[in-house]
Design a binder for this molecule. Structure first.
Ligand code: GDP
Ligand code: MG
Length: 350
């Protein structure tokens, strides 16, 4: 705790501050009136008082939202997982693996940094991709700091990324990623390019896959985090629940095991998640768009599905630190990616 926050937490100061927010001063009422304050007013008073106490306790505490955005495959999820120190987001070599905005929270007694890993920015072609882009936009609106990540080896037209940033007032840092696969000259050129193009607060050349000094990375981010009470419980790592991670683990295995359109046509729903003391019993539905995809997914004699199941179960056991019994069913819902009712049902917001 910093010396200032200690001073403000001193009991003597409560003595000075608390009487200043008695109902009398809040509502300008006489003592008799205070006794008869109606319930709404009482609740307002309690809420104001608790906000005030929270304010006192938060002095010296920093908290804020950091949005990691960029083209698909730049390494956004890799970076967030490295910073949070847990596998929050699934990572594959395929574009558009991340479909949701996923929060990864870094906690310390003095700060809480809430990272948003976001889907890669693309021109949307169907409703699912539109929802993915809305999640990117939401994370930009909320951000206290935006980290735009680029892949040093890709020659993307970044125009759609830059359009998303238009109108944003949040400070911007550009991260040039995958420098382990590049050379010094290219790195220097790219730094100069981004510096001139966007005039961000800073440009850093990194390798998210081999991030060395996470502590100084966090220190840099803290320079942009406002003084604020924590937004989430101080032991929270993410806003997502176990069902979400179970479905993401299965989706990751599908992304890694199939080529072409299968991964993009697949959604995974957890239909039951029963936490017994000895074993977690998880039932899932894998949704595809066509019968032909269902056949490929299942494979001859069910061999492919079995392989995915084993692979996913092992990962789940590691993630949940618990034995897992996993059931999987494959179901066809034609064109689910373009149907708003299904997208809503599957947890994609408008
Ligand atoms: P996202 O789509 O932006 O979230 O990218 P991912 O984090 O899923 O990473 C995409 C691919 O790039 C994966 O195969 C990662 O292992 C790889 N990758 C991420 N960071 C680095 C890096 O610093 N160096 C190299 N060589 N590969 C990386
Ligand atoms: Mg990702």
């Amino acid at each position: 705790m910093s010396p200032t926050s200690y001073q403000l937490l001193h009991p003597a100061l409560f003595f000075v501050f608390i009487p200043a927010i008695t109902p009398g001063s809040l509502f300008s009422k006489s003592k008799m009136d205070i006794v008869s304050l109606n319930w709404t007013a009482k609740i307002k008073f309690v809420s104001l008082q608790s906000k005030f106490i929270l304010f006192i306790f938060s002095m010296g505490h920093q908290a804020g939202f950091v949005s990691i955005i960029g083209k698909p495959n730049a390494g956004k999820s890799t970076l967030m997982n490295a910073l949070v120190g847990e596998k929050m987001s699934i990572i594959t070599s395929k574009a558009q693996t991340t479909r949701h905005r996923i929060l990864g929270i870094v906690n310390n007694p003095d700060y809480q940094i809430v990272f948003s890993d976001t889907p890669g920015i693309i021109k949307p072609h169907y409703a699912l991709q539109e929802s993915m882009m809305h999640q990117v936009e939401g994370s930009i609106v909320d951000a206290d700091l935006i980290m735009l990540m680029t892949d040093i080896n890709e020659q993307h037209d970044e125009q759609d990324v830059l359009e998303k940033l238009e109108g944003s007032l949040a400070p911007l840092i550009v991260l040039i990623n995958k420098i382990d696969e590049s050379d010094e000259e290219t790195v220097m050129q790219k730094i100069a390019y981004w510096q001139e193009k966007l005039q961000p607060k800073a440009v850093y050349a990194i390798s998210a896959l081999h991030l060395q000094d996470i502590a100084s990375f966090i220190d840099t981010i803290l320079e942009y985090m406002p003084e604020h009470p924590p937004y989430y419980e101080k032991d929270a790592l993410t806003d997502r629940n176990d069902r979400f991670f179970a479905s993401e683990i299965i989706r990751e295995k599908i992304f890694k095991s199939y080529k072409k359109e299968i991964p993009y046509s697949t959604e995974v729903i957890i239909t039951a998640f029963k936490e017994d003391e000895k074993i977690y019993r998880i039932s899932s539905e894998i949704i595809v768009e066509r019968d032909s995809q269902k056949n490929i997914l299942i494979g001859p004699g069910g061999a492919m599905l079995k392989k995915i199941g084993t692979y996913a179960r092992k990962d789940m056991e590691e993630f949940f630190q618990h034995k897992v019994f996993l059931e999987m069913f494959v179901k066809v819902i034609p064109d689910w990616r373009s149907k708003k009712n299904y997208l809503k049902q599957f947890g994609y917001e408008d």
